[in-house]
Design a protein around this ligand. Structure first.
Ligand SMILES: Nc1ncnc2c1ncn2[C@@H]1O[C@H](COP(=O)(O)OP(=O)(O)OP(=O)(O)O)[C@@H](O)[C@H]1O
Ligand SMILES: [Zn+2]
Length: 718
């Protein structure tokens, strides 16, 4: 495909970062007082600075992965991925979730011609078969956690997928035909996004096709790369979907009360248009639903139609834009013709930014087509005389890129924000999706909601779905706490590596390493509580320690200097533990991801946040900005060599302090380290409660202030 279709593909993730920033910018002021109070309550590290700053990239990468985890890869460093801009971005986004993303080497020698027996293949077997040209096509499950393959010999098999960002790349390179299963479940994409988004971004065309598949019902087949190109040319009338009765009401949409309130007016109007027109009130024609992916914009639009009892027409704007100039415009015409004949009704246009970008600012090619399409849309909307009863709802992730002509009075002059849900909202969304599922009595949605900051409605729905699948696989009659915890873990960290055996020696190493992270994290004042430690290898990670950033922290996106310093110390905890137990000469490469994180944080603090007295309060690098494609995440700082030297030494100083603090803490609490590691070796997983018990039993010494007086800060667990 080409650059034009790659464009919409870049939107969702980019938005994730940007929207967080925008939200944060807005909330910074109001969040500050609460934050300050909290700081007083927990601050005890003898750090007087109360400098709280909005840190763009941290907020962004935390937004990309709601549960922070320290993950460690104990694979040889030779596996390092090339540092393309995309790879760097991937690495950054991944690191918030699971450390570095190195793929563990698969060294077993196997006859390359032999296909595995049976109809469930291990992932490594599958990859080998793909590389050997033995796989003809694959069909991803909608949630992206598994796929069905057809081998060249016609055999079919099922594969459970880890979180492998390279998968799509590998498949494409080996000429495997890719499709996405068209289940009957709607909107179950969260984990497909999680698992596959990055590679899909690299293959914009694929993503485009994928979006088409999402269109579902109306869109028709997704039979491989060819589906929906020029062949669809004549079928312009099938490009929108008409639902006479959506059957969705506001009850089905939870946690977005503000948006519902605003849309209630639209419902009202559709129900009693006369009431409004008699008074001479101007009827809204268009309303823009703005918010991150999966927050229920489509669902809300359907609910408006459902509440008002009017038909629902929908289409994705990206589908308007085809290869031929003029097709989009004619599709818009078709759509509105049909809608007007069924008025009153709702027309819903998803991803309006795909056609509605500021005109004349696009990236080469395809502009004419887009401009014509958007012009047609404007013409249609202007053409509604007085009261045709057609109300257009449009959804976007990127209101900032929209053509201002779209936002003028009489067009999309209202904006309704559909934001990510807060705890209370998440509880209610979970309850909505628990309907029709058998949920065990031990499941506490309040707890689940607290562990899922940053999850959208779609992600929560997916979570419950995964849990249900797990319960079925385990032959249970109801979904228990366990399945939800496992599903959550799987979504956040990728599926546990099947059959990966660790040598006793390595296991000990990983156990101590993770225990080191956990202990430093738990004993550090003003740091996030430990919710889980695991040495079950999953994805690329040999071990993981999960921390739950507070709601407030995620919401505000504000990170104090203390917090960042603590975070660096926590990251150092792994290596420090290895060193103390196994000796400096035996430390491993398992900490490479930790070190990357530490250096990144330190550099950012110095270069962008004005945390260095020697550098002063200037941003040497303005960082991030709006670029995604071609964002050179690392290099290109524009300052002199002399300044660079100061930066380097300042970074080094920060890292050294972090190391020393971690080492002091672990040394002080070496018994805790042994105890936690022992339990880990025994059980492989420790949850927050158990961790707390172990720490209490081992009489963890509290954090020491500079003057060596212990500070009365209880360690924190979830
Ligand atoms: N607030 C919510 N309450 C209940 N369910 C929700 C909510 N938000 C999302 N969901 C679930 O997630 C699914 C997908 O959401 P939907 O397609 O409406 O999101 P969207 O905001 O339109 O996403 P996108 O921007 O990716 O199109 C819905 O069908 C619904 O099952
Ligand atoms: Zn580590």
């Amino acid at each position: 495909m080409n650059a034009v279709v790659a464009q919409p593909a870049a939107v969702p993730r980019q938005f994730a970062a940007r929207s967080a920033l925008r939200r944060n910018a807005g909330k910074a002021a109001s969040a500050a007082p609460a934050r300050a109070r909290r700081s007083v309550a927990v601050r005890a590290a003898g750090n007087n600075e109360d400098k709280t700053v909005a840190i763009a990239s941290i907020a962004a990468f935390l937004a990309a992965a709601p549960l922070a985890a320290v993950a460690d890869d104990f694979a040889p460093p030779a596996q390092e991925a090339p540092a393309s801009a995309l790879a760097q971005f991937q690495a950054q986004a991944q690191s918030a979730m699971s450390g570095d993303s190195l793929t563990a080497p698969d060294t077993k020698v196997v006859d390359p011609n032999a296909l595995p027996e049976g109809n469930t293949w291990r992932y490594s077997e599958f990859i080998r078969a793909v590389m050997g040209g033995k796989v003809e096509r694959v069909r991803f499950a909608k949630d992206g956690t598994s796929l069905q393959l057809t081998a060249v010999d016609g055999r079919r098999a099922q594969v459970t997928l880890p979180n492998d960002p390279e998968l799509v790349d590998i498949l494409a390179k080996n000429g495997v035909d890719i499709s996405v299963s068209e289940g009957d479940q709607q909107g179950n994409y969260a984990s497909l996004f999680g698992n596959l988004l990055f590679p899909l971004l690299a293959f914009g065309g694929l993503f485009f096709l994928f979006r088409r598949a999402q269109g579902g019902e109306g869109g028709g087949g997704f039979g491989g790369m060819g589906g929906g190109g020029p062949m669809d040319f004549g079928k312009s009338k099938s490009k929108f979907q008409e639902i006479p009765e959506t059957g969705v009401t506001f009850v089905d949409v939870a946690g977005v009360d503000g948006a519902k309130l605003e849309l209630q007016e639209v419902v009202d109007f559709l129900k009693n248009p006369d009431k409004y027109t008699q008074l001479g009130a101007k009827i809204p024609k268009g309303c823009l639903l703005v918010g991150p992916p999966g927050t229920g914009k489509t669902l809300l639009a359907k609910a408006v139609a459902g509440e008002a009892g009017v038909p629902f027409f929908s289409c994705a704007a990206s589908e308007f834009v085809e290869l031929f100039v003029g097709v989009g415009a004619s599709r818009v015409r078709d759509l509105f013709e049909k809608a007007k004949s069924k008025a009153p009704c709702i027309v819903f246009i998803d991803e309006i930014d795909a056609v509605g970008r500021q005109r004349g600012s696009g990236m080469g090619g395809g502009n004419d087509e887009r401009e014509q399409t958007i012009n047609q849309l404007l013409t249609e909307m202007d053409g509604f005389e007085g009261n045709t009863g057609v109300i257009v709802l449009a959804a976007t992730n990127r209101p900032d890129v929209l053509d201002s002509a779209l936002l003028r009075p009489g067009r999309f002059d209202r904006q309704v924000t559909v934001d990510l849900p807060d705890v209370a909202g998440r509880i209610r969304i979970l309850k909505v999706h628990a309907r029709g599922k058998t949920i065990g009595k031990d499941v506490d949605f309040d707890k689940v909601a607290r562990r899922t900051p940053g999850f959208s409605g779609a992600a929560l729905q997916n979570l419950l779905n995964e849990a249900a699948i797990l319960a079925a696989r385990r032959d249970l009659t109801e979904i228990s706490k366990e399945e939800i915890a496992d599903a959550l873990e799987r979504i956040v960290a990728g599926a546990a590596k099947e059959g990966a055996v660790m040598s006793e020696k390595k296991k000990r190493l990983v156990a101590y390493h993770e225990a080191g992270h956990a202990i430093v994290g738990a004993l550090m004042p003003e740091y996030d509580p430990v919710t889980k430690i695991s040495i079950v290898p999953r994805g690329a990670a040999g071990g993981l320690t999960f921390f739950a950033p507070s709601e407030e922290r995620l919401e505000s996106g504000l990170y104090s200097r203390t917090y960042l310093e603590n975070q660096m110390a926590v990251a150092m905890g792994g290596r420090v533990a290895e060193e103390l137990i196994f000796g400096a000469e035996n430390v491993t490469t398992g900490a490479s991801g930790d070190f990357q994180q530490v250096s990144r944080t330190a550099r950012m603090m110095i270069e962008q946040m004005g945390f260095s007295e020697k550098i002063g309060q200037i941003a040497l690098k303005t960082g991030g900005g709006q670029t995604f494609l071609g964002n050179d995440a690392g290099r290109g700082a524009d300052y002199s060599q002399a300044t660079a030297d100061i930066v380097d030494s300042e970074v080094q100083a920060l890292v050294e302090v972090a190391y020393r603090r971690a080492k002091d803490l672990v040394q002080e609490n070496i018994q805790c380290l042994h105890d936690v590691a022992e339990v880990l070796l025994d059980k492989e997983n420790i949850d927050g409660d158990e961790f707390e018990q172990i720490m209490l039993k081992a009489k963890a010494k509290l954090y020491l202030k500079d003057d060596n007086s212990a500070v009365d800060v209880p360690f924190k667990t979830a």
